[in-house]
Ligand binder design. Structure first.
Ligand SMILES: C[S@@+](CC[C@H](N)C(=O)[O-])C[C@H]1O[C@@H](n2cnc3c(N)ncnc32)[C@H](O)[C@@H]1O
Length: 280
C-alpha cells in the first residue's frame, strides 16, 4: 500500500469512536446538506465520507433516495454503514478505494524524484484534468473536510518550503472544485466544507461565544492565521479567480463558520456552496 493511503487508513482507525464528540459539527453539516433541498433532489454524493461520524446517514435517507459515499478508505466506509445500522441498505452506495486527487500514483516514488522541475510540471499537468465523477451525477455533492488532506498531501510530496508549492496548491484547489461541480447535475448544489484553522494556532477558539466567532476568525485571517491554501477570502472568490470554476457555476457563497471538536484540537470550519448552471 502507498504511504499516503496508509496514513489515511491509520487516521480513520484512530478516529472511529468520535460520534458523540462530533455532534455539534455533524449538526452543522446536516443542516447544510438537508435544508433548502428541493423536492426533486433525489441523490447526494459525499466525498471524504470516511467513518461518517460527521454525517447522520439515516437523516440523509429521509431527504434523498440515494446516498453515495466516496473515500480512499473502504474499511472506514464499511465501519460507517455498520455504525449507523445501514450495512444492508441498498440505497447507501459505497465507493471505496477511490482516490479523488489521483495522488497515490505519485506518492510511492522516491521523495527526491517528486521535487525536480519536470516532476512538478507533471503534477501540474495531472491536476489540470478534474477527477472522473465516482458515480452518476448527483443532485447534491459535498466534500467534507477532504481538501485540507489533499493540500497536505501535495505539501508532503514536494516539501513544505518548495518554491512551487503555491502553484501546486492553487491547482489542487481548482481540480477539487472542478471535480465537485462536474459531479453535480445541472441545477444542483455543490458544497466544499473545510477546516480553515485550529486551536493549535488560535488557542482561544474553544471559548469564543458563538455570536463572536465570525469576527474573531476574520481577525485571525487578517493576521494570516489559516491553513495553507485555505484562506477563506480566496476560497470565496474562486469562481471569479478561476475561469475553469466560474464557467461551471453561478458563483460561490460562504456560509457562517462553526467549530468542530476533534479531540486533540478544535477546528474552525467553513462551508462554500455553488449551484451548477441549469441545463435550460
Ligand atoms: C478528515 S476525514 C473526513 C471526516 C469523515 N467524514 C469522518 O467523519 O470520519 C477526510 C477523509 O478523506 C479521505 N481521503 C483523503 N484523501 C483522499 C483522496 N485522495 N481520495 C478520496 N478520499 C480521501 C480520508 O480517507 C478520510 O476519510
Amino acid at each position: 500500500m502507498d504511504p499516503y493511503t496508509e496514513q489515511q487508513l491509520v487516521r480513520n482507525q484512530d478516529s472511529r469512536n468520535t460520534w458523540q464528540r462530533y455532534a455539534e459539527h455533524r449538526q452543522h453539516v446536516m443542516e447544510l446538506l438537508c435544508e433548502n433541498s428541493k423536492d426533486d433532489y433525489r441523490s447526494i454524493c459525499i466525498w471524504g465520507a470516511g467513518n461518517a461520524n460527521d454525517l447522520d446517514l439515516n437523516r440523509l435517507l429521509e431527504v434523498f433516495s440515494e446516498v453515495h459515499l466516496v473515500d480512499l478508505d473502504q474499511e472506514a466506509l464499511l465501519f460507517a454503514v455498520e455504525q449507523q445500522s445501514l450495512r444492508t441498505t441498498p440505497t447507501v452506495i459505497l465507493h471505496g478505494g477511490v482516490d479523488l486527487l489521483g495522488i497515490t500514483e505519485f506518492t510511492s516514488n522516491a521523495v527526491a524524484e517528486q521535487r525536480n522541475p519536470a516532476a512538478i510540471d507533471r503534477l501540474l499537468r495531472h491536476f489540470r484534468t478534474p477527477p472522473a465523477p465516482p458515480c452518476e451525477r448527483c443532485d447534491v455533492v459535498a466534500s467534507v473536510c477532504l481538501l485540507s488532506q489533499l493540500i497536505e498531501a501535495i505539501a508532503t510530496l514536494v516539501g513544505p518550503s518548495h518554491p512551487r508549492l503555491p502553484e501546486l496548491v492553487t491547482a489542487v484547489r481548482c481540480h477539487h472544485w472542478q471535480g465537485l461541480l462536474q459531479a453535480t447535475r445541472p441545477g444542483g448544489r455543490a458544497f466544499l466544507i473545510t477546516e480553515i484553522l485550529s486551536s493549535d494556532t488560535f488557542p482561544t477558539l474553544t471559548t469564543i461565544p458563538n455570536p463572536s466567532l465570525r469576527n474573531a476568525l476574520a481577525q485571525q485571517i487578517n493576521m494570516r492565521n489559516f491553513y495553507t491554501g485555505l484562506n477563506p477570502a480566496i476560497l470565496e472568490s474562486l469562481a471569479e479567480r478561476e475561469p475553469a470554476i466560474g464557467r461551471l457555476c453561478n458563483g460561490i457563497v460562504a456560509h457562517p463558520p462553526w467549530r468542530w471538536n476533534f479531540g486533540p484540537r478544535t477546528y474552525a470550519v467553513t462551508a462554500y456552496e455553488a449551484r451548477t448552471l441549469s441545463s435550460d
